[in-house]
Design a binder for this molecule. Structure first.
Ligand SMILES: O=C(O)c1cc2cc(O)c(O)cc2[nH]1
Length: 454
């Protein structure tokens, strides 16, 4: 029965746009100035490379705009909003706020805003569904608070602050996990403010439980750490494993909460498919080479381990490995993984997927599919094949670029569609709805599709 539109925004807005920024001058309290899209305190200027500034003044599109592009090229390096605000120190530039992730837990919908442009007041946010759930375009609250999300204009590192988050997940122990990339991914000007870090927040009291800085021996920067999946048994919360796909370096990282150790696997199956990178989304034609992107977990087997499903984004193929392989750090050092990593098969042509998730009630994996502007599915009790890949929802106007798909404890699928390719390669029309959140119960979603449980 398709997906139900829950929220829609022309542009995102916040309860705290950064007007009252925390005072970094150790004067205590909340300093800063009041009113409008004010400048940040003049304690430092934001550094931009010359070409960005020249582009801003020239106002033209970069020469590259006509050449084929990859996800690494972002011709619209227009650092200033086309709509009014040309102050690079502005804390809130509406046009630049493109939401990426959506995760629901007990009345709060966590929405991420990765810092890929200037003017983003907070990168980790939530919508209070009890208070604001009836609005069509609710404002965002910073999570866990504005201070933790504050970006110091001097780009000073601060372990108590979050720089940029792509997606979040909630585990079986009521904890929110995410990766702070520590990086401002401004076009042609990536700035690594601080080490990328794995954060764990207790959702029963909003207190930070862990912040694990990812060592340089694992990754040099936080680029490409865009999602995280947690493997934990509810009764053994400290014995949790986090699986982290790196879409840029094409590695699968494993973090053990118990041992606080991290290791990484390399495998050809993490690479993008050269025949799967030509994309046409929202009227934009481009070529991306994003590798392993999303990881989801099947049910526990009798040995206490489970299937770990994964796929690169620029690909139509699904793969699987057993969690027992990933949890053994010694395996990461192997030059040959034998047959441990397996090909499941192809979902069909133009079935490139960002995020997917397994639902334990229906045994169905649901896929966010960017070329089909919608949601697909596969019932894991059936052979993996294009014929057994179903269509849950499709809408070429309203579901452009599903950037996240998550399933909550109540068996509801949540999808964010954010029109991202239009933002990157063209210009969003701020007079129409560009961002939407969708919801559907897993049984309703699978009904009338080839994925329907027997
Ligand atoms: O979440 C995504 O879609 C995403 C994150 C990310 C980071 C990055 O450095 C890229 O080059 C692409 C990209 N896509």
């Amino acid at each position: 029965d398709g997906m139900i539109e829950v929220f829609g925004w022309k542009q995102m807005d916040f309860y705290n746009r950064g007007e009252r920024s925390p005072d970094d001058n150790n004067n205590g309290g909340v300093g800063g100035v009041g009113g409008g899209h004010t400048n940040r305190p003049s304690t430092g200027t934001i550094i931009f490379p010359d070409q960005l500034n020249s582009f801003a003044t020239s106002g033209g599109r970069s020469k590259r705009a006509t050449e084929r592009l990859t996800s690494r090229d972002e011709p619209n390096t227009d650092i200033t909003s086309r709509f009014g605000n040309n102050n690079v120190n502005a804390s809130y530039i509406p046009y630049n706020n493109v939401p990426m992730g959506a995760t629901h837990y007990k009345g709060r919908l966590f929405v991420t805003m990765p810092r890929r442009r200037i003017g983003i007041p907070s990168t980790l946010n939530y919508i209070d569904l009890h208070k604001d759930g009836k609005q069509h375009s609710p404002k965002l609250h910073a999570y866990p608070d504005f201070e933790t999300n504050y970006l110091n204009p001097n780009f000073q590192p601060n372990p108590n602050r979050i720089v940029s988050v792509y997606r979040t997940t909630v585990d079986a122990c009521k904890r929110l996990w995410f990766i702070d990339t520590g990086m401002l991914e401004y076009p042609d000007n990536r700035v690594q403010i601080q080490r990328p870090a794995i954060w764990v927040i207790d959702l029963t009291n909003d207190r930070v439980l862990h912040r694990y800085e990812i060592p340089d021996s694992i990754v040099s920067t936080g680029r490409g750490l865009a999602s995280i999946t947690i493997d934990v048994f509810a009764r053994e919360c400290n014995d949790a494993f986090a699986y982290i796909p790196d879409l840029v370096n094409r590695q699968l990282f494993v973090f053990s909460l118990k041992s606080k150790r991290m290791w990484g696997f390399s495998h050809n199956y993490f690479n993008f498919d050269p025949l799967g990178g030509d994309l046409n989304v929202g009227g934009q034609t481009f070529r991306w080479d994003d590798g392993i992107f999303s990881i989801t977990l099947g049910p526990y087997a009798t040995d206490g381990y489970r299937a770990v499903y994964f796929h690169p984004m620029a690909s139509n193929t699904e793969f699987v490995v057993d969690s027992s392989v990933l949890q053994n750090e010694a395996n990461a050092a192997r030059s040959d993984h034998g047959n441990d990593f397996q090909v499941l098969g192809s979902r069909g042509t133009n079935h490139q997927s960002t995020m997917h998730e397994y639902d334990p009630q229906t045994d169905v994996i649901f896929y966010a599919e960017i070329q089909r502007n919608g949601v697909g599915c596969w019932n894991t009790n059936k052979p993996f094949s294009a014929a057994n890949h179903g269509v849950v929802a499709q809408d070429a106007q309203r579901m452009i670029y599903p950037s996240d798909l998550t399933i909550d404890d109540d068996g509801n699928i949540w999808v964010m569609t954010n029109s991202m390719p239009i933002f990157i390669y063209s210009t969003l029309d701020t007079n129409i709805v560009n961002f939407r959140v969708w919801r559907q119960n897993v049984f309703e979603a699978a009904k009338k599709t080839v994925c329907a449980p027997a």
